[in-house]
Design a protein around this ligand. Structure first.
Ligand code: COA
Length: 570
């Protein structure tokens, strides 16, 4: 079928649905929900048999839904209605939640139901539920709804005709509903309220007497203080006491600024707060804020790096490189780089770079420092002669993060993961992280050029098909960890491990003799220098709009295929 994805943004759910539908042979094109007239134009051009709306922030115009079947993905159980579905579910402590696919009609979220899927809630950030459980359930439900539509015989059920509907209409959650009272709220209550607001809109609060929105909170097991007081800092996070404990605040957004690591957003104030470094930085013992951790099981070492949104600043890259260098000295034969739960890595930290331009610094200088730190990290990973290295992708990964992963000997991705191994969307960024070495040797020169040019997201299955990755493992994040551990142990115990390591060293030496890594790096950095310091400001503009979350005024051509001349002949 010809299916139009009508969406507010090309977010990870939209990417996943688009890729899954294409894999099933459907012809998919994307249009951003910008204005009714633009949507009408897209529909006239593409003449879709079905419209799917994975992520909308307003109603579809009647001129469209009255003539075409439009399937809306609502992140709520059957009967749930309103714009704050997940926020309420998290704040109310729902044990089970779901996704409903319903047909657009005059009343928002009240149309007939085509499919639904349920999931058990985890006590985590809203953004994490969205990227994991909601995306998985939405994929199941949309694929079922599309099949039902295609069959031509399915009649969707009107809400009123469904028995024992638990969901109901809920209003927009306001900041009043989210308000924190540091003298009365327990750690659990603070966590629940901030989790329900992450990554948007955050909870309106204040720090050091200045207003800001809070995001990304973590419980602290041991440190205590007067409720409401900021009692410690560690790397990028600040610790604030609650009634019965304390929570680490990872990120904040100050008025007229962007979302930043808390200790950077309040750089001056944070200096006066006592530093609370972890005594053994790698150990995962008690709950606390810890972005880099290391575990060992037999001959396998696991390096975890839980960086918010997968963004890796200069300092984070340097710290991770030091941790990797340390792990390489351990008596292990296999090293697994686990990344974080929601993201493995999304490359250089665009918000921290943008922040440099808001102060006295230079965004170009910070970009340059960040990409060099990423490259040093990638080099550290490529040059691991004594271990087999694995990048285990439990969460999505994009841009430089994909090539950092590819710097490992093997890349194993969870089936639900989306990869975006290209850079051009960020203002024609050329990219570095040794991609010019790492990509063609895996997929071939022609495919490498196509990946970079077409800028399409890859599902984990597709990434495996084109040999970008080495395995696609099914299941949720917990099952994935267990399977990764099993595979890594098998690798470490393989009778031919010594031969594999010898082959690895020989291949590296041969490649180095043919063309040294430093030459690849220099060529890439020559292009990147132009992106950062050259005449063309595209990268700086694109980054600014990305971090400022500017609304798009048109759909990029590589997504809106129906806007290409002669698209039907392709
Ligand atoms: N630096 C800073 N923040 C980043 C980031 C980066 N490199 N990549 C993603 N983010 C942030 C987003 O701003 C968003 O922030 P929020 O918490 O305010 O919502 C959050 O991570 C999630 O991003 P989103 O785009 O909603 O996630 P997604 O899973 O739908 O899409 C990508 C994933 C990778 C396609 C998309 O995030 C992207 O294009 N990132 C930029 C990658 C890049 O160009 N890196 C620099 C070159 S190496």
């Amino acid at each position: 079928m010809r299916i139009l994805l009508l969406t507010h943004a090309f977010n990870s759910l939209t990417q996943r649905l688009g890729a899954e539908l294409q894999q099933r042979g459907h012809e998919v094109s994307v249009e951003f929900d910008i204005a009714d007239g633009v949507t009408e134009e897209a529909v006239a051009l593409f003449r879709p048999e079905l419209i799917v709306a994975p992520y909308l922030r307003r109603a579809i115009p009647e001129s469209i839904w009255s003539r075409h079947v439009c399937l809306i993905v609502h992140p709520g159980i059957v009967g749930d209605r309103g714009p704050s579905a997940l926020d309420w579910a998290i704040q109310d402590g729902e044990a089970e939640w779901g996704v409903t696919v319903l047909q657009a009609e005059r009343e928002m979220d009240a149309g007939p139901v085509w499919a639904s899927a349920a999931f058990a809630m985890r006590r985590v950030k809203k953004s994490s539920i969205y990227r994991n459980e909601v995306t998985q359930a939405a994929t199941r439900a949309v694929l079922q709804a599309v099949q039902r539509f295609e069959s031509g015989s399915f009649k969707p059920s009107a809400l009123a005709s469904l028995p024992a509907v638990r969901g109901c209409l809920r209003p927009l959650m306001k900041q009043d509903d989210r308000r924190l009272d540091w003298t009365r709220d327990s750690t659990e209550a603070v966590m629940r309220k901030v989790n329900a607001a992450d990554g948007f809109p955050g909870v309106a609060d204040s720090l050091f007497g200045a207003p800001c929105h809070l995001f990304d909170v973590w419980p602290e097991a041991t440190l205590r203080g007067t409720p409401g007081a900021v009692i410690a800092r560690r790397e990028t996070a600040l610790l604030r006491a609650t009634l019965d404990g304390a929570v680490w605040i990872g990120h904040v957004k100050r008025p007229d600024s962007i979302k930043l690591p808390a200790a950077l957003a309040f750089e001056m104030e944070a200096q006066a707060v006592p530093h609370a470094p972890l005594s053994d930085w790698w150990r995962v013992d008690t709950p606390t804020w810890q972005d880099i951790a290391y575990e060992e099981a037999g001959a396998v070492g696991y390096l975890h790096f839980e960086f918010y949104n997968g963004a890796m600043s200069t300092v984070q890259c340097e710290r991770l490189r030091a941790a990797l260098r340390w792990a390489k000295q351990r008596p292990v034969r296999v090293l697994v780089l686990m990344g974080g739960v929601d993201f493995w890595s999304n490359g250089i930290h665009l918000n921290v770079i943008e922040a440099a331009s808001l102060g006295d610094g230079s965004a170009a200088d910070e970009s340059w420092a960040n990409i060099n730190a990423m490259n040093d990290l990638a080099l550290e990973l490529i040059n691991s002669p004594h271990q087999l290295t694995v990048a285990a992708l439990a969460g999505n990964t994009g841009a430089g993060g994909c090539f950092l992963a590819r710097a490992a000997d093997a890349v194993w991705a969870r089936e639900a993961v989306i990869l975006n191994p290209h850079y051009k969307n960020m203002g024609n960024l050329y990219g570095s992280e040794y991609w010019t070495y790492l990509l063609p040797r895996r997929v071939g020169m022609e495919a490498a050029q196509a990946i970079m040019r077409d800028r399409q997201p890859l599902t984990a299955q597709r990434a495996l098909q084109i040999c970008f990755t080495d395995a696609c493992l099914s299941g949720d994040t917990e099952t994935f960890r267990i399977e990764v551990a099993g595979r890594a142990a098998a690798l470490a115990g393989a009778p031919d491990l010594a031969d594999q390591l010898t082959t690895k060293r020989e291949t590296r030496a041969r490649d180095e003799a043919t063309k040294p890594l430093s030459a690849y790096g220099e060529e890439e950095l020559t292009q990147m220098r132009r992106n950062f310091y050259g005449f063309d400001p595209s990268y700086h503009l694109a980054r600014h709009h990305f971090v400022a979350k500017s609304l798009p005024s048109w759909t990029p051509r590589h997504l809106a295929r129906h806007r290409d001349l002669g698209w039907e002949k392709e």
